[in-house]
Design a protein around this ligand. Structure first.
Ligand SMILES: Nc1ncnc2c1ncn2[C@@H]1O[C@H](COP(=O)(O)OP(=O)(O)OP(=O)(O)O)[C@@H](O)[C@H]1O
Ligand SMILES: O=P(O)(O)OC[C@H]1O[C@](O)(CO)[C@@H](O)[C@@H]1O
Ligand SMILES: [Mg+2]
Length: 544
């Protein structure tokens, strides 16, 4: 295996502050320390001041890069094994890859830091599941065995297609021969032993970023499952990471409080972008006595969660309506979004179809990933043109979108376009505006297309249903996904894992180390079968 070159990278996303004496570095997990090749002696350590940046590259940077910074300047980098770093002439490359993969996907455990950490029998290994007394210290009041737990060594296969050639549509090959390589990840679920005494736990739940259908369902399941383990102190932090500011009071949670919250959309706790920095969050958690944190959010939220996972037990539940988290079949709320998007598309279709030379435009969410637009186009069957950020297009010219629209008006009499919000940003004036979390504020591509000279005449109706979609209550399929993810998050925390997130992978439920799922946003592969299916369904040409 070749070693990666050392390089200098800009350090503009500081997510983990280290005091000058670098004492905090001692508490970094061995997994991360070894990935970083951090100095191990205390004198060496003290030379690393200021910033450690973990695994959340800026847009456009190479993924899988972990940066170690000295003051505000990067002085070293360590790249986890990526395809480009593999020496395929080494006959051992496959074994080495599999071993390295296992290390990368190891999930940090409390016993990594505290080898003598004490464990207790889980309620899932004993017949008595509902706590009946206050005395949990010796386990639950039943000694009848119950195999309601899963084994720590259970694994789920991450990739299930054996591609025979890199030319197969959507092929994800590691080497030029598409050699079959097994990639196993940790199965989620309750464990036989737990590492927290339920009566010592103060658990907090937080929802960050934008809204997403199913947030209340996940909150509800986390609370219910915590109570099953016997936890009494459960609180919600209001308005995302901002709630760690001092002026906002915690929200006490119990099964009674959350019983019906899943019947409405939004978040019982509120959401926000921006807020205090990582060290302020850690201080606030310490003051409040929180030792278990459940973080519901997207890439940004998980980057924050990862930065604090050595301080308390932190488990994430990926929340992104855009479905832009790596390695998962889908994230909760996405199905609901697609279903709801169809209603908007249907309205646009009816408007367009009923008008003389009618054009319907529907804008859907998707900052950098066009999953909602692609799936809604496929589901509705009413879309003639689907535009997503991953696939460049021209508006004008002989192959442009407008030319095709005119053709559709001549031949069909109407047309419906579905556009993801991040598509075609190159046609809009850049403002450099950022939201409170530092995300770029995008221009409105829907309005831009609406204002173009579409046809002579053309009756154009533009529908922007984005916030209506996001505020919906989860549908049945998302309700089930939220239930499983919420429960698994609690099982993971009690099992002693931290810095992990939960997900569904090839229909099975898994635990993943946070850095692996947020190293860059997941996007639609323009060479995937799903995008090809979308093109077949719409009948649209390439607009280039
Ligand atoms: N790199 C980072 N390090 C630490 N915290 C971060 C980082 N990026 C974002 N955050 C914090 O995480 C929270 C949510 O971030 P953001 O607004 O980007 O939403 P998100 O979690 O990505 O969800 P969404 O999918 O809705 O965008 C904010 O409070 C923000 O301050
Ligand atoms: O207007 P807000 O609340 O910042 O949310 C908008 C953003 O939320 C997202 O859906 C991500 O959650 C993006 O696609 C979109 O740009
Ligand atoms: Mg985000």
């Amino acid at each position: 295996m070749t070693t990666s070159p050392k390089g200098h990278f800009p350090c503009d996303h500081s997510i983990f502050s280290v005091p000058d004496d670098c004492s905090t570095m001692a508490s970094l997990s061995p997994v991360i320390s070894s990935m970083l090749h951090l100095p191990t002696t205390s004198s060496d350590r003290t030379s690393f001041h200021a910033l450690i940046q973990l695994s959340y590259p800026c847009r456009g940077e190479r993924p899988n890069m972990i940066r170690v910074c000295k003051r505000t300047r990067c002085v070293a980098s360590a790249e986890k094994t990526s395809k480009s770093a593999i020496d395929f002439s080494d006959p051992e490359w496959k074994t080495k890859f599999e071993e390295d993969f296992e290390k990368r996907f190891n999930i940090p455990h409390m016993s990594d830091f505290f080898p003598d950490a004490v464990s207790y029998p889980s309620t899932f290994c004993l017949r008595m599941r509902t706590p009946v007394s206050e005395e949990f210290a010796q386990g639950y009041p039943s000694d009848e065995e119950w195999h309601g737990y899963i084994n720590n060594n259970d694994r789920v296969l991450l990739k299930v297609i054996r591609y025979s050639s890199p030319t197969s549509a959507g092929a994800e090959c590691i080497d030029p021969d598409c050699t079959w390589v097994e990639q196993w990840i940790h199965r989620a679920g309750p464990r036989e032993k737990i590492y927290f005494k339920p009566e010592d736990v103060k658990a907090a739940i937080i929802t960050c970023g934008g809204l997403c259908p199913g947030l209340n369902d996940v909150i509800r399941q986390i609370v219910i499952t915590l109570e099953i383990y016997g936890v009494k102190k459960i609180v919600g932090i209001p308005f995302g990471y901002r709630g760690f500011g001092n002026e906002l009071a915690e929200i006490p949670l119990s099964r009674k409080v959350v019983q019906n919250v899943h019947l409405s959309g939004g978040s019982l706790l509120g959401v926000s972008r921006g807020g205090p920095n990582v060290s302020e969050i850690v201080d606030s958690m310490q003051e409040r006595g929180i030792n278990m944190l459940f973080v519901l959010g997207g890439n940004g939220t998980h980057a924050g969660a990862n930065a604090i996972h050595n301080e308390v037990a932190v488990v994430g539940v990926p929340k992104t309506i855009d479905n832009d988290i790596l390695l998962m079949d889908k994230t909760f709320g996405f199905d609901t979004a697609v279903e709801e998007a169809q209603r908007a598309i249907n309205s646009a279709y009816i408007e367009a179809h009923s008008a003389y030379r009618g054009v319907g435009i529907v804008k859907l969410m998707g900052r950098s990933s066009g999953f909602i637009a692609m799936q809604a186009a496929l589901a509705s069957g009413q879309i003639d043109i689907c535009l997503i950020p991953e696939v460049p297009f021209e508006l004008h010219g002989p192959h442009g979108v407008l030319k095709h629209l005119k053709y559709l008006l001549e031949t069909k009499g109407s047309a419906v376009i579905c556009v993801a919000e991040g598509a075609g940003q190159n046609f809009l004036e850049k403002t450099n505006a950022k939201d409170a979390s530092g995300n770029t504020v995008l221009g409105d591509i829907g309005v831009h297309i609406q204002q173009e000279e579409i046809g002579d005449p053309a009756d154009v109706k533009y529908i922007d249903p984005t916030y209506m979609i996001r505020a919906c209550r989860a549908n049945a399929s998302d309700g089930i996904l939220c239930t499983v993810l919420g429960q698994n998050a609690v099982h993971g925390a009690f099992a002693g894992y931290s810095g992990i997130t939960v997900g569904i992978c090839n229909t099975h439920y898994v635990y993943l180390p946070i850095p692996e799922v947020i190293s860059y946003p997941r996007t639609v592969d323009p060479n995937s079968r799903m995008w090809h299916r979308c093109l077949t369904s719409t009948g649209q040409p390439d607009f280039i």
